[in-house]
Design a protein around this ligand. Structure first.
Ligand SMILES: [Zn+2]
Ligand SMILES: [Zn+2]
Ligand SMILES: [Zn+2]
Length: 125
């Protein structure tokens, strides 16, 4: 599976906007996965260097940390807490979704919505 660069840049710019407009201020570096440039889903951190990434991206990297090459990871409570403070708007059905429901929403509610378009829009507050 290859993702083209423009798509990544577009996704990333969108996420930056979403993050900037949240009522709860977070640092985008803390919640965007440096591998897939999307919101970190099921965040994991490297026990050695604290590098954070999605569970899926960790698996794709063969469970090897991209920065220090170590292989020990822990689920990140810190990132999960941070992410759970944010809210999103589904581009497909317009409903407000909290982070904890994102995956369920796209897998079970708006599952016909193509994965390519899973760009989340901010719930204006
Ligand atoms: Zn990722
Ligand atoms: Zn590491
Ligand atoms: Zn939806």
């Amino acid at each position: 599976m290859s993702i083209n660069k423009e798509e990544l840049i577009y996704k990333y710019a969108n996420l930056q906007n979403i993050i900037k407009n949240q009522s709860y201020k977070v640092n985008e570096d803390e919640i965007i996965c440096p591998i897939c440039y999307n919101l970190i889903l099921f965040p994991c951190i490297c026990n050695n260097c604290q590098f954070a990434l999605c569970k899926q991206c960790k698996i794709k990297s063969k469970n090897i940390c991209p920065t220090c090459k170590k292989t020990e990871f822990t689920n990140s409570v810190f990132h999960t807490k941070l992410l759970s403070k944010l809210s999103f708007k589904c581009q497909n059905c317009n409903s407000e979704i909290i982070y904890d429901n994102l995956i369920n929403h796209y897998e079970n509610v708006c599952y016909l919505f193509s994965s390519k378009n899973k760009i989340l829009f901010l719930e204006s507050q």
